[in-house]
Design a protein around this ligand. Structure first.
Ligand code: ADP
Ligand code: MG
Length: 383
């Protein structure tokens, strides 16, 4: 059964439509999004599907194959239920409904049953959260005649995640999930929200992206992520700029003088990472994907040593992939767990997979999930 079939089956009524949105892998540009910088994610083939049926009342009922039971909220009490919190996973789809109503005052909200099924691994750094937001936002945009474009729907997803769920994430994931294209990454300026597809050409170059999901759980709404954001804000404030986006590598010597060591290293990660994203885009445009390996690996070192968001499992995944012939490798996503990606010749994927499993076993780490991802199409209506 596909996720579309699963969502239809869970709905248990004829659907008026089926929508889906993908997870994403971030090729490069980590923690730069909330610093108004640059990112280069791509949508993956794994998707979250929302099947929708209309109701005669004003209730929104959400179900997911992810969790048993259903959650029901009437449109009349939606604001209060979101404000009260405690909705757990249902905070994502209901938060999207809530945010969409605000973003599109001319929409015609009505009661719906929403059934969700997903192929995106949860908490793996592949943004199952943006996938569920993108699927539900796309569905309600059509069913409620909200008329928002994809960028506006990405904003709706982010508002849901920030203000309804309470995870202070940037807009990268939602933009990648909404705007993805096959064989391309989405270059995004997180300040202006200008985007451009950047051809990846992995197939032609005989390259694949291998994901190592360490199964180490992360939680964006907690500790480390907030702390990193606070350090970035502190660094920007010390320079009197709105965001670290406004600094360049030329500002780093001065940053070393005026900031404490930890804040300096946090700032250095963001500033150099922004530059690496620009360099990666330029390298892809000029020379194709074989030219970007060192940039990926440098990004990982910066996250490990300066931003300090890696964990031993991620470092091992990166080192092992490189030893097995990857051109470059890095952790992806928010950090503190989740997944690493490696850019690797396709014919080396089986051996690298085996090497990663062997290395994890030898270190006494839980066996990871190792699989490849393919740059794929963004949110869409499926039926
Ligand atoms: P990531 O986005 O990296 O997978 P997050 O912590 O941001 O991790 O989001 C994961 C959360 O999103 C899950 O714990 C769950 O609450 C919600 N979620 C994701 N996919 C689904 C789904 N198909 N059904 C219900 N909830 C989901
Ligand atoms: Mg997420």
């Amino acid at each position: 059964m596909t996720a579309v079939d699963d969502a239809r089956a869970l709905l248990a009524r004829p659907a008026v439509g089926v929508w889906s949105a993908p997870g994403r892998a971030n090729l490069i540009g980590e923690h730069t999004d909330y610093n108004e910088g640059f990112v280069l994610p791509f949508a993956i083939a794994q998707r979250t599907v929302a099947a929708v049926a209309l109701r005669d009342d004003d209730v929104i009922r959400v179900r997911s194959t992810f969790a048993p039971g259903s959650v029901e909220v009437s449109l009349a009490e939606l604001d209060a239920r979101i404000a009260a919190g405690g909705l757990d996973w249902a905070g994502y789809p209901l938060g999207v409904a809530w945010a969409l109503r605000t973003a599109a005052p001319d929409a015609a909200p009505r009661g719906v049953d929403i059934a969700l099924a997903s192929e995106v691994p949860v908490g793996a750094g592949l943004s199952s959260s943006a996938a569920i937001e993108g699927a539900v936002a796309s569905a309600l945009n059509d069913v409620w005649n909200a008329g928002l474009d994809k960028i506006a729907l990405a904003r709706v997803g982010r508002t849901a995640e920030n203000d309804a769920v309470g995870a202070p994430t940037g807009i990268m994931d939602q933009m990648a999930s909404m705007l993805g294209e096959a064989d391309a990454a989405t270059f995004l300026d997180c300040r202006t929200l200008e985007t451009r597809p950047v051809a990846l050409g992995f197939d032609e170059a005989g390259l694949a992206i291998l994901v190592v999901d360490t199964l180490v759980e992360h939680a964006h709404s907690s500790g480390g992520y907030r702390e990193r954001r606070a350090s970035c804000e502190q660094g920007a404030a010390a320079f009197g700029v709105p965001a670290l986006r406004d600094l360049t590598v030329d500002d780093l010597p001065r940053a070393a003088e005026i900031l404490d060591d930890v804040t300096f290293r946090r700032v250095r990660h963001i500033v150099t990472e922004n530059q690496r994203v620009l360099d990666t885009v330029a390298a892809l445009d000029a020379d194709g994907p074989t030219a970007i390996g060192d940039l990926l690996t440098a990004s990982h070192a910066s996250m490990r040593d300066d931003f300090e968001i890696s964990v031993p499992e991620l470092d091992l995944a990166v080192e092992t992939a490189l030893s097995a012939g990857a051109l470059g490798a890095r952790m992806t996503g928010g950090g503190f767990g989740g997944a690493a990606i490696a850019l690797i010749p396709t014919e080396l994927v089986p051996a690298a997979t085996e090497a990663v499993h062997a290395a994890f076993a030898a270190s006494g780490f839980r066996a990871p999930n190792v699989f490849t991802v393919t740059p794929s199409e963004g949110a869409r209506r499926d039926a």
